[in-house]
Design a protein around this ligand. Structure first.
Ligand SMILES: [Zn+2]
Ligand SMILES: [Zn+2]
Length: 383
């Protein structure tokens, strides 16, 4: 890992928060980072309460249990303060604890969970800050403790090389959820206007939801397999997909590193059969919940052994091989490894894991903006 090409944001966070003290349990590091994380979320949460018209996703807005969210916000503020105080007591360098406490005060002074909500807030264009906050809170609460308790690479830190690049991908893909969803749905909704295979749709809708769910997984992954393969084999597409493969470290956050053209194209194409075949909404929602968890999980830095299950449902080890520097072009299926077996692209050697992740020579630079423009620049180094 060359320290010189660490992303600027990574280095900035290091300069502000890092010190030479240990980061183990009982040193004030975990409570301090927890305090800053929860305090940051609380401040942004209050901002969402102030400007719900612009900062909440239209689709979810009416579904929110507002009293519960207010209570969650109050708990976040309380925990951020408490963890900040614990960190201040335990750690010599007080910057983490102080920042967390300061953030909790800002959230409290800005109204905390008691901000009145303007009832007339409908806006046509929205930024999905609510979507980001809910997702990042849930994912971090599940994956960070699990990765720390059962790490595959014990020495890998939560704030590892390139974490800010992945964090920016996570943030911006959530903020732009309205535009991305619109673009993703466009091919399927347009086609559905011209063609509706009604007898097929009736046949599918008569099946139980669990059967429809399994069919969705199978059809999505079958289509995804070939789209993914094309992203690897067609040079102009590979320049886009190379962004996803530029992660040198695998963890729950690494999967967020995805060029928006990659995301829109892949999801937009797999949605076409979903729409035309007329799957029931509960089956599609079940798939969305499944894919939201599974696509994060397969990137995670966890050492669980799944034995034969490795070959039935994609597990971290299989997808980690997809991200290995060598061999390349293996394990394209995102959910069902048997597709790779059938099409001759499976690589699951014994119980082994890859030793190095990314693209040989690491040609894709770090940084969200740089990666967004990367496919459109001259990239002679990418083969
Ligand atoms: Zn790939
Ligand atoms: Zn991946």
């Amino acid at each position: 890992m060359e320290p010189n090409d660490r992303p600027t944001l990574d280095r900035w966070f290091d300069r502000v928060f890092n010190d030479t003290e240990s980061a183990h349990f009982g040193t004030g590091w975990i409570s301090g980072t927890g305090s800053v994380f929860l305090g940051g979320l609380a401040v942004l949460g209050v901002v969402v309460f102030w400007f719900p018209g612009v900062l909440t996703t239209q689709t979810f807005r009416s579904q929110y249990p507002v009293p519960l969210l207010r209570a969650v916000l109050e708990v976040l503020i309380g925990l951020s303060f408490l963890f900040g105080a614990i960190s201040m007591m335990l750690r010599k360098r007080k910057v983490l604890g102080l920042t967390g406490i300061a953030l909790s005060f800002v959230a409290l002074l800005a109204g905390g969970g008691a901000v009145p909500i303007d009832s007339d807030f409908a806006q046509p264009y929205t930024i999905g800050l609510d979507w980001f906050l809910l997702n990042v809170l849930l994912l971090a609460l599940v994956f960070v403790p699990v990765e720390r308790a059962f790490p595959r690479l014990r020495d890998q830190k939560t704030f590892r090389f390139g974490w800010t690049t992945d964090g920016m991908h996570l943030l911006l893909s959530h903020l732009a959820v309205q535009a991305l969803t619109f673009a993703t749905l466009l091919p399927a909704t347009t086609l559905a206007q011209f063609w509706q295979p009604e007898s097929m749709q009736r046949f599918i809708r008569e099946q139980p939801v669990w059967a429809q769910f399994l069919e969705v997984v199978l059809i999505v992954d079958f289509c995804q397999y070939w789209i993914h393969l094309a992203f690897h084999r067609v040079p102009s597409l590979w320049r886009i997909h190379a962004v996803h493969h530029s992660s040198r470290v695998m963890d729950w956050l690494a999967g967020s590193r995805l060029h928006f053209i990659d995301a829109i194209t892949t999801r937009g194409l797999v949605l076409i059969p979903m729409f035309l075949l007329g799957f029931a909404l509960p089956a599609l929602y079940a798939y969305i919940v499944f894919v939201s968890f599974h696509s994060v999980f397969i990137h995670a830095n966890v050492r669980f052994r799944f034995g034969w299950l490795d070959r039935v449902v994609a597990t971290p080890r299989g997808h980690h091989w997809h991200h290995a520097v060598a061999p390349i072009d293996v394990n394209f299926a995102v959910h069902l490894p048997f597709l790779d077996k059938v099409f001759g692209t499976q690589h699951l050697p014994g119980e082994k894991w890859p030793t190095e992740y990314g693209i040989a020579g690491h040609p894709v630079p770090e940084g969200w903006g740089t990666q967004l423009l990367y496919p459109f620049r001259r990239n002679d180094e990418l083969v």
